[in-house]
Design a protein around this ligand. Structure first.
Ligand code: OSB
Ligand code: MG
Length: 370
């Protein structure tokens, strides 16, 4: 039995080191909740909400996360016995969607569970890798010259692949220049749904640039047109926004909508579902990697643990803490060393909250007694 005594909801307001621009807009800040779940023996598990302030990546926002967590999900946890973190998904099933809200609480319970057992979260999930390969996701820059300089800087840090954001008008010529400057670098492009099948001719031109994959070129809720596009392209399509669940992944694989899936814990409603999608992809020889949501340290730690599962065969977007934040809320911070992160061996997520830093970002704390 996992007996919860208290849940604390810490609301943080953080400013990114550099604004991050995608085809849907520019992010300067991150407001988020750190979920602290405490059991009767004072083990403490941590989770993080990953939604943004505006519903432009999915429909969830920081505010809807708070509403769903405080008005529904905590009550469901109070009213239902919990034997294993896998139960959380079913306990939350009366609430439709709202997967980022669900994932934040479920993640805290996974961390708590691993700490109760005294094992790393990675091991509790079935992970094996002692270190994980990571890449970097670079937002849209003002000029291509600036982008090329940024790529140089990031490659010097050792990142194993570069992901560039593209959108109509910043695609073929931009990728041509970047490929010329970096003939051998593993490069991929993420369109965040900026194209339609009307852009077929343009998308076909991208095949010339030897990209590892093109991420989410078409609509955020589509898997049919992506299947049509994949039959026309030799470059693998990677789905991000379109995959919210095991069932979405199963259908996309059946239709041939992609050859790669970017798994984000928040987007799919938690670690249990993420692991199921991973296992499905392993059976079907679909490559997976772990996406990012510009997380603070707790969310980043969860991504690291998940990435230790065997089918995470491509570098993910989990860059080091200092890429995003002046100071991260965990200690030690996440360090990328020659393109790898060494997976911590301590129980749970393996990183502690840095309470001095956390207090500086905290704007509110709400306590829920069980
Ligand atoms: O599409 O993967 C995406 C950031 C915000 C919203 C969506 C995406 C991203 C990233 C950055 O690409 C990933 C990261 O560095 O955390
Ligand atoms: Mg993406």
């Amino acid at each position: 039995m996992i007996s919860i005594d208290t849940i604390n909801l810490h609301k943080l307001s953080m400013t990114l080191n550099h604004p991050f621009t995608t085809s849907f807009g520019t992010l300067h800040h991150k407001d988020l909740f750190i979920i602290e779940v405490i059991d009767k023996k004072d083990h403490r598990g941590y989770g993080e909400t990953v939604a943004f302030l505006t519903p432009w990546y999915t429909e969830e926002t920081v505010q809807t996360n708070e509403h769903i967590i405080t008005d529904f999900l905590i009550d469901l946890l109070r009213d239902n016995p919990l034997n294993h973190p896998d139960d959380v998904h079913d306990i939350f099933s009366p609430i439709k969607g709202n997967r980022m809200a669900k994932a934040s609480l479920e993640g805290a319970i996974w961390d708590l569970y691993a700490k109760q057992l005294g094992i790393p979260l990675a091991k509790a999930l079935g992970g094996v890798a002692p270190k994980i390969d990571v890449g970097i996701s670079i937002g849209i820059q003002t000029t291509t010259t600036q982008l090329i300089e940024t790529i140089h800087r990031q490659l010097e840090q050792g990142y194993k692949r570069v992901k560039l954001k593209i959108k109509p008008g910043l695609d073929v010529e931009l990728l041509r220049e970047v490929r010329q400057a970096f003939p051998d670098t593993p490069i991929m492009a993420d369109a965040n749904s900026a194209y339609t099948l009307h852009d077929m001719d343009l998308l076909k031109q991208l095949v010339d640039f030897n990209l590892m994959m093109i991420e989410q070129p078409l609509a955020h809720d589509d898997i049919i047109d992506h299947a049509k596009l994949q039959t026309e392209l030799n470059t693998p399509i990677c789905l991000d926004e379109s995959i919210h669940s095991y069932e979405d992944a199963r259908k996309a694989i059946e239709l041939g909508s992609c050859k790669v899936i970017n798994i984000k814990i928040g987007r799919v409603g938690g670690l249990t579902e993420a692991k199921k999608i991973h296992d499905l992809c392993l059976r079907h020889d679909i490559a997976v990697w772990c996406g990012g949501m510009l997380e603070a340290g707790i969310g980043r730690a969860h991504n690291i643990a998940l990435t230790t599962l065997p089918q995470f065969i491509l570098p993910g977007d989990t860059a080091g803490s200092s890429h995003y934040w002046q100071q991260d809320i965990i200690t030690p911070e996440v360090i990328v060393d020659d393109g790898v992160i060494h997976v911590p061996e301590k129980p749970g997520i393996g990183y502690d909250i840095n309470w001095d830093v956390m207090k500086q970002y905290t704007v509110d704390v709400k306590k829920f007694k069980f």
